[in-house]
Design a binder for this molecule. Sequence first.
Ligand code: SF4
Length: 265
Amino acid sequence: MTQHPLWKYLRPNSLPHFFCPGCGAAQVLNFFLQAADETHLDFDKFVGIGGVGCAARIPVYIDAEALHGVHGRTIPWATGIKLHKPELKVVIFAGDGDASAIGGGHLIHACRRNLDVTMIVVNNLTYGMTGGQMAPTTPLHVKSATTPYGNAEEPFDICKLAETAGATYVARWSTAKPKGAKKAIKEAINHTGFSLVEIVTQCPTNFGRRALGTGSAVDGLEWIKKNSVTIKKAETMSQAELEGKFVQGTFVNKQKPVFMGSSVC
Ligand code: SF4
């Protein structure tokens, strides 16, 4: 049997994988491996980090150094690794809760410092692994395990948060836009400084069933597609029209000295 060309990057014996059928997190692993292949990423000088959550399992499948630990603490580990061994490429795979709720305090300071790591935020709009509770990214009015009558809280815009806090590369795409997602990951891999790529993903098992009333991955992708607009299109829309929309594209791409502990360089 001919093996898929990306198969060589997977850790031996790591399959079958943990993701539910149709989960967007598995697509993000695929996008990352394609981007790594096309940018000739050296996996001997690479560390993948995951906290806790479905997306946090992504680095476990990559045949390279990986750290899989506690919820929300991916950035402190990345900081320690990067300051000790600046030659390593450090990539964090975090869910939206991991990145912007439990780890939200760390996120803003990594952006502010311009820590030289890449963070891929797999935003499934819920706490998928623990049963579909409301997350800080859950859209207004949608149902979740903890908001059976609809979410009353305004969601975080993770990209705006990162941009405001000073990140030097910020982009959002979705699993419904694989080309854009892969291009952004490639740019983030090649970027020097804190790069954040948010990828809005379908979670058929929890967000899908509870918020959309369907456990179909295709329906989840269609819903994301229907609610996505490009930055260019967004510029022509009113605030009311943009309510609940995922604006996609590159928001920030600039250079700034990077954080190296007691100094910047
Ligand atoms: S619960 Fe949702 S995010 Fe987690 S593996 Fe299943 S589909 Fe994916």
